[in-house]
Design a protein around this ligand. Sequence first.
Ligand SMILES: NC(=O)c1ccc[n+]([C@@H]2O[C@H](COP(=O)([O-])OP(=O)(O)OC[C@H]3O[C@@H](n4cnc5c(N)ncnc54)[C@H](O)[C@@H]3O)[C@@H](O)[C@H]2O)c1
Length: 332
Amino acid sequence: MKRIKVAVIGLGFFGMRHARLYARHPAAELVAVCDLDPRLRAEAERLTGATAHEGYDAILADPAIDAISICLPDRLHVDAAVAAARAGKTILLEKPMAHSTPAARRIADAVEASGVRLMVGHILRFDPRYVQVHAAAAPERLGEVIHMRAKRHGIRSTAARLGDRSSILFYMGVHDVDAMQWVARSRIARVYAQKRQVLGNGNEDALQAIVNFESGAIGIIDYSWAWPDGLMNGYRATLEVVGTKSATYLDCADQGFYTVTDQVMQGGDTHLWPEVNGRIAGDLADEIDHFVLATRDGAPYLQDWREAFDAIPVLDALARSATTGERTDVAR
Ligand SMILES: NC(=O)c1ccc[n+]([C@@H]2O[C@H](COP(=O)([O-])OP(=O)(O)OC[C@H]3O[C@@H](n4cnc5c(N)ncnc54)[C@H](O)[C@@H]3O)[C@@H](O)[C@H]2O)c1
């Protein structure tokens, strides 16, 4: 079987999972990984057998490496992605594509100038629940979208772990902005947002917004990072779409798996990246599988990176509106 040679940049919560998935993929050979943290480098070498570097220069300079995953903190995506594009690498860039519209534009320019391939890791495009809501919202089934509501609530320890290295919009919000525009088949044109920041985690505790789509549909966005850590599964997400002919919705609060003691009831991940029989399964495994096979075969990626780009000006508008308190047009 023809195999592509891959590397992973950043070995934190997500990069380590990318590395493990490449290492076991029959059509990929994980050649190298890198992280500033020596403990993570040692762990990745132990788990995958790949050569670990401190920085990413050696990876980008290695002509044998075809493709890389960039799993760095959100604000560091831009420099690494631009350098990778200039080095001629095929790129799987974790979401959000970048932390601002000018930064995303720098990546887009570098990708177009060098002609490399880029996929952005919008994992919900691989989630069976979101994919089925997208299919059910096809205009011939749902009619015209009247209104839509997206909610994503997470626990406060995630916000505290990431601090000001991320934001509620980069880490969680981009998932739903991308999903809403994908499912509505229309882009968000205007937003009116409010936020609260009282827990002192270095980022927003909650951000809520009313949005207007180019199609005329209206929507509500409801993000929280303020839930106590006891929240079952660590997150709750819903997406509802109501159209002129039908409606469709999903609810990720119930993952269908529980453990119960006298003191506490807990759930567990059964969809995103669950560990099953010693392997990572679920949406992330499907995303990496798609990236490897489509890269090897020269097939199109499920999502064109330009659609991933389209979420970033919405995040900028939400952040601006939440700061100024003004209704804000999305500047594209
Ligand atoms: N799709 C999803 O559901 C999902 C889930 C989690 C994270 N993510 C995304 O993945 C990315 C990484 O998030 P995370 O939670 O793994 O963050 P993290 O902070 O756990 O990991 C980032 C790693 O990058 C390393 N690093 C920083 N600068 C570096 C440099 N110059 N060279 C090499 N290594 C460097 C850090 O040492 C750290 O280990 C983010 O963009 C995040 O939004 C996506």
